[in-house]
Write a protein that binds this ligand. Sequence first.
Ligand code: NAD
Ligand code: UDX
Length: 463
Amino acid sequence: MKIKNICCIGAGYVGGPTMSVLAIQNPDIKITVVDINEERIKAWNDKDLNGLPIYEPGLKEIVQKARGQNLFFSTDVEKAIDEAEMIFISVNTPTKTYGKGKGMAADLKYIELCARQIAKVATTDKIVIEKSTLPVRTAQAIKNILDNTGNGIKFQILSNPEFLAEGTAVQDLLNPDRVLIGGEESDEGKEAIDALVDIYASWIPRERILTTNVWSSELSKLVANAFLAQRVSSINAISELCEVTGADVDEVSRAIGMDSRIGPKFLKASVGFGGSCFQKDILNLVYIAKTYGLNEVADYWEQVIIMNDHQKNRFAENIVSTLYNTVSGKKITFLGWAFKKDTNDTRESAAIYVADALLNEQAEICVYDPKVSQERIYADLDYLNTRSPEENRRLVKVVKDPYEACQEAHAIAILTEWDEFKEYDWKRIFDSVIKPAFVFDGRKILNKTTLNKMGFEYYAIGS
Ligand code: NAD
Ligand code: UDX
């Protein structure tokens, strides 16, 4: 089966970049990315491309090439569903904030809405693809909805989780370690799998396209994120031990990472992992394990989150205790707000929680981030509901110049590992801050010896 028309529901951090790359690699397939968020679609259609809703290195160039050729962004969800032979569901699956499983389970209401809308609109057979990260066995629920409310047409459901990381999305999509496709073992299932394999095979070597049953594919996505986050929590646990023993966490990472069985990646100690995926997906895994009565399995993975929360808290506590046990009325400068470099995404960023803890101590925070907007920063703090929006705006200032941000600060905290922070004139910054001059490096990116020589008191995670 040769696919000619694809629809992707959800124009977010996954749907947008994934479909853009799919489009440039398959110029003969028409791809329409749809979303109910009109503002987001408008931004994807931004004429001069500077207003795209997502910042990712290399994305603008790809969108420029494909948009209007075979890539389209639209709010007409029903039309796109009707025309497509293959539909990717790439909507958000956040942690539930209400009812059963609150704070743990994945909220599948957007997924169900998509399934119902497909069932209502479709008049020809469709391959429906789970691109969103979902609890294992969700395909069963989607199938039930499609088969029972549909118009008698045939649906095949595939699981095709996305492994891109933000900040490197385009590179990850162009050159993935693997693509995973799970499908039914029937003849129709195999045919659907082949149709999707063919699309990826236009740029990815076949041996890197892995096919499995649906449940393995759904579960593998949760497990991959749990393993990655576990490595970060493991090294962060060791960072605390390094701080009290005189060991240096970067040296430990290097020493253990050179063991080919361990490997060097995902061993960088930090103020704590953030991002929309790790916490949500581990909580989801923990919830699934609990649902099956596997309490030891659930507790084992929950510890990854507990350690991460501890890391964020102790970073904030260290700032307070080092500043003579009070930050009340003191200006603390945050360099970085995004959850990692090279993205404007702030979901679950450690910066939000460190800021919240310091604001509870009546600190005044001044933020500089090269890609995150002032509105986003206030929205992140307001969402916590710890204090009123007015108070957040009174206590937190956002500025566009890093030197202005640091002026007259009692302490500077580095929350994101943006490369430009390493290039700053730190002598100039030293001259402009209140003495003693404190730097708390939550990413361990600056050079301790150089900063000490300038006169800074420098504290980094893990040393
Ligand atoms: P996102 O919030 O950026 O985008 C989701 C979009 O779906 C939103 O724009 C929303 O308006 C839209 N949407 C929701 N319901 C809709 C409906 N019924 N019809 C049309 N549009 C609808 O989310 P994201 O970061 O792109 O993540 C999407 C999924 O991919 C999640 O399941 C996530 O876990 C998974 N994932 C994310 C990443 C990542 O790095 N962000 C990586 C791998 C997997
Ligand atoms: C993650 C997965 O890597 C990706 O495969 C999945 O599809 C989505 O979730 P993402 O959250 O975009 O991607 O970024 P990632 O590079 O994994 O970083 C997550 C968090 O961990 C960031 O806050 C990052 O700063 C932190 N991190 C990562 C560390 O603190 N140390 C490390 O060594 C690696």
